[in-house]
Design a protein around this ligand. Sequence first.
Ligand SMILES: [Fe+2]
Length: 203
Amino acid sequence: MKVDLFPTQIYRYHIDDHQPIKDRIDQHYKEFRVGNEPPDSWNCKLFTTFGTKQFPIVECIDAFSYVFDQFQDEARLPGNLILTDLWLNCYETTNWQDKHIHAPGQWSGIYYGHFDPNEHSGTKFYHPNETLLACQGDEQNTIIPWVNEGDVIIFPAWLEHSAPLNKSSKLRSTISFNFVISDEVYEGGEFDPEKLIVDGGVS
Ligand SMILES: [Fe+2]
């Protein structure tokens, strides 16, 4: 019998009315693409607003609030959700980003602004014990969850991930973000701590 002691979950949601955000990404990218350089510490080739401390596409924050409510309910994480960073990445043909984590951090998310599931790859996640498993002959150490345009995924900030090479002629764009959840009582609804108790576990 196999028992997963420490499984890692990610969460996927969808924003129905995502066209206005996509339009704003187009507008911003067209205006600022020339001369953009990623941080020196990044091993990648892409357009990014990371580190600029500016993010003009505020429309997505309102759109994300629905996602955050769903996430806090599903993950049973009450408290005040505080967005700590938010940035746009655009991947032209042959652009990519090497594996990395979002440290220091608690939770991270990726919104897929321009994304064709028939031509683009989703985000690649790496098993935390990747090297150990590889030494044991297990090479199935990565997972690329299926996503579509307008989707948002949320994952723990410590989980390594990368953006595979964009082999398509179509632009791939994402809005990444980090957030923390404070210990204060979540005002969006009641929280029942008994729901955290796992029934019928293997001891
Ligand atoms: Fe990332």
